[in-house]
Design a protein around this ligand. Sequence first.
Ligand code: AMP
Length: 253
Amino acid sequence: MRLVLLGPPGVGKGTQGRRLAGELGWALISTGEMLREAVAKGTPLGRAAGRLMAAGELVEDDIMVGLVRDRSAEPDAARGFVLDGFPRTVPQADALEAMLAERAQRIDLAAYLGAPEVELVRRLSGRLECPVCKRAYHRTDARPRDGRHCDDHPGVELRQRADDAEETVRKRLDVYRVQTAPLVDYYRRDGRLREVSGLGAMDEVYRSLKQALECPDPDPDPDPTSSGAPSGASSGASSGVSSDASRRARPGR
Ligand code: AMP
């Protein structure tokens, strides 16, 4: 499946996308993550993007489309991918449709995760991440075992993202409202949108997300050269959803 994760900053797209992609053998394409790596390496892209990111603004559409064009053509994305943070504007969504059409592919579904703004600000301003594995923590909701270091990388100190400072968070939410929120209708119009509450425990949200997407069971052999037929029964099939919806949600298409 080719999936777009939509929703405001802080709603949990990264966490849910990482888990979904890992479990189902799809590539996770996180444009924010790609840009942060470029910033850390000091590449020309990183230098151009860093200033905009720190201000909570968007990087130019052409740059982002080029990044996703290349990344989505890599072998690990052949049987499916989850896009986290892209598209973020209508022109990006149009470019994505055109790019995939050239490859006789399409976005199968877009999952919208929603939560009230006051909760997003609370989550983002308390968010911490491991610089090595990118695992997300929170100062009060999801504390690391020793309060400071990644549970999976002892000795690696967690850090706050520069753009999670409260003022920048508010700017990012404004930008989201104006430039990205219209994409919810973009995918709703032709029936590809699934809506999921981003409130509640991470596991709970994950279960709802998988249910909304009628995800297949994990593939024990995520081989990018295989035909892409799902090995397990789709949970959609067992929950009695229409075969059309179930077919749409299968991977490798
Ligand atoms: P994220 O990790 O998705 O919250 O992205 C962090 C920052 O990277 C955003 O606030 C933007 O400055 C930039 N960014 C990430 N994805 C995109 C995109 N698709 N279009 C424009 N800017 C982006």
